[in-house]
Every structure is written in C-alpha cells, then in structure tokens.
Ligand binder design. Sequence first.
Ligand code: ZN
Length: 180
Amino acid sequence: MALLPILRYPDPRLHKVATPVIAFDAALRTLIADMAETMYEAPGVGLAASQVDVHQQLLVIDITDAKDQLQVFINPVITWASEEREVYDEGCLSVPGIYDGVERAARVKVKAQDASGSFFEVEADGLLAVCIQHEMDHLLGKVFVEYLSPLKRNRIKAKMVKETRGLEREAALKAAGRRY
Ligand code: ZN
C-alpha cells in the first residue's frame, strides 16, 4: 500500500470529469487500498479518485469514529434525492483548514458497484448523504467551495495559493539540503 499525494485547490486537475471504471481487476483493488490508506492517514471521512489525480468514478468513504467501516462506491449514480435539504459545515482534503456551510439533499439513494463489480444500492442520510454528494461532485470536477459566494471563494483561493507556495518552497529547501 502507498500514500497518494492529494491535489490541492485550485489545482486545475481537480476540475477534470471522471470516466467510468471498466476493469474490476487487481490494479483497481490496489488503487482502492491506497486511497483508503491516504484517506485514513489524512485523516478524512471521504476521498474521490479525482483528488489523487485518477480521473475514474471511484469513491472511498468511512464516516465511523473507529475507522473500521470502509465503503467503496464505483460508478455511483444518485437514483433519488429528497426534496428536504440540509446545510452542513463541510471540509475537504483538497482545501485543508477551510470549513463552510453547503446546502444539499438531506437524503439520497445511490446505486453503485463494489470492488468486484457487483451492483448495490444504499439509502443515506446525515453525514453519509453529505459525504456521498460531496465526493460525487469531485467526480464531476466540482469542489465544495464552488457553492460559496465569489468573494469567499476568491479569499480561499488566494489563501490556498499562498500556502501551496510556502509548502513548495519548504520542499525545495529540504531537497537542496540533502545535497550538502
Ligand atoms: Zn472534497
């Protein structure tokens, strides 16, 4: 297993649209294991393949405190959404440190495939419903900050760009340091 680098907003690769998973093979199982490890290590409750620069329709989610109930959604489709909507404070591993309210359907039914390609359907509410909708947005190239006002979004973008530059400078200094 391996930790995968997570793309940081506003990386343009976060806006790529994912394509369906076709091969349910060993490479897919390795990707799922690596994504789960990356999500747990971060730590986060969900991760879309788009966030690790793999543009296929694949999500891993675990909303339990014990981190022992991994759920894998491949080629997910929302088949029903409640008219009732709820606002939740959301965060994202691609926008670390930023939390803000997003309104979404309170309950959804999702049809997806598991790692072996078998179809299943779940009805979700609460945090799971939020998480599924948030991660499915990633597959469409959408990051949650795009629901916020342009003013907020631009502030977040500027903060993230500054932070990313700082991280890159740090990494460069560290790499240079190794040569001496
Ligand atoms: Zn996210």
